[in-house]
Unconditional design. Structure first.
Length: 260
C-alpha cells in the first residue's frame, strides 16, 4: 500500500473536526484530567451521560505520574481500593489500611477506562472563561493551550454544558474565573476561593470528599480543587481522596441529570 502524506493529513483534520463538533454540547464538561477528573468522567460516561474532559497538558493524570518525589508509586487508603479493583489496577497491601500501586499503571488504566466508557478527552485545551446565563454557568470558553502559553491574541470559542466540574487541582481555575468575573458569589463561607492550607493528609483526605459539592449554580468542584476553594489542607502523595471525590461528584451529577 502506497501512503499519501496529504491523505493522512485529510483523515486527521476530518476526524478531529467531527470530534470537536461532537463536544459543542454535553451533559457534563470536566476541566482537568487528573485522578479526580478522570474518575468522574469514567463514572458519568459509564452511566450513559455525554461527557467531555478538557486537559491543558499533552498527557492526562495530573500529579499522579510522579507519585511522591518522583518515586512512581502511589498510596491509597482502603476505602479507595475498590476503585482500583474495579478498573483492574493491581495494588499491594502495605498494611494498616494502606495500599500501593504503580502510578503509570494507575494513570493509564484510569484514562483508558474513561475513554472506553465513552468520555471524550480533549487534551491541549485551556478554559479561558465561562458562559453564564441567568446566573447559571451554561458552558465554557475554550482555546488551545499553545495560544495561552505563547500569549497570542487569538479569540476562543464557546461550548455548552449542563454542568461543569472544576477538577483543576491546586489552582481551582474555574472557581477563580467565576470569582473574578462575578464577584464573591461562590457557595463558600466567604463567597470566594478561600485558598489551600498547609499539608495535613488525614484532614485533607476527609475534607476533599466532604467539600466535593456545588460551588456556583451548575458548577461542582472535585479533587484538590475542593480544598483550594473551601480552605482545606493539601494531602500530598496519597490519592484515595481524589478518586473518591471523582466518584462522589459523578454520583451527585447523576442525581441532578436524572432529576432525582
Amino acid at each position: 500500500m502506497a501512503l499519501d502524506d496529504v491523505k493522512i493529513s485529510e483523515i486527521i483534520i476530518k476526524s478531529f473536526s467531527e470530534k470537536l463538533l461532537g463536544i459543542l454540547s454535553s451533559d457534563v464538561a470536566i476541566v482537568g484530567g487528573g485522578p479526580a477528573g478522570l474518575c468522574a468522567a469514567y463514572n458519568l460516561a459509564k452511566a450513559g451521560k455525554q461527557v467531555v474532559l478538557f486537559e491543558r497538558k499533552l498527557s492526562l493524570g495530573g500529579g499522579m505520574w510522579g507519585g511522591g518525589i518522583m518515586f512512581n508509586q502511589i498510596v491509597v487508603q482502603d476505602e479507595a481500593k475498590k476503585i482500583l479493583d474495579e478498573l483492574g489496577i493491581r495494588s499491594v497491601d502495605a498494611g494498616e489500611g494502606y495500599f500501593t500501586s504503580d502510578s503509570v499503571e494507575t494513570v493509564t488504566k484510569l484514562s483508558a477506562a474513561a475513554c472506553d466508557a465513552g468520555a471524550t478527552v480533549m487534551n491541549l485545551f485551556s478554559v479561558e472563561d465561562v458562559s453564564i446565563r441567568d446566573e447559571i454557568v451554561s458552558g465554557l470558553v475554550i482555546n488551545w493551550s499553545s495560544v495561552e502559553i505563547a500569549g497570542l491574541h487569538v479569540d476562543p470559542v464557546t461550548v455548552h454544558s449542563h454542568f461543569v466540574v472544576d477538577a483543576t487541582g491546586h489552582a481551582a481555575e474555574i472557581a477563580r474565573i467565576i470569582e473574578r468575573k462575578v464577584g464573591t458569589k461562590l457557595l463558600t463561607p466567604t463567597g470566594g476561593v478561600i485558598g489551600e492550607k498547609p499539608m495535613w493528609a488525614e484532614v485533607a483526605e476527609t475534607l476533599t470528599i466532604e467539600n466535593t459539592k456545588e460551588i456556583y449554580p451548575h458548577v461542582y468542584v472535585s479533587g484538590m480543587s475542593c480544598n483550594a476553594v473551601f480552605g482545606g489542607p493539601r494531602m500530598g502523595p496519597i490519592f484515595g481522596g481524589m478518586l473518591l471525590s471523582g466518584k462522589k461528584v459523578a454520583d451527585l451529577l447523576l442525581k441532578r441529570l436524572e432529576g432525582s
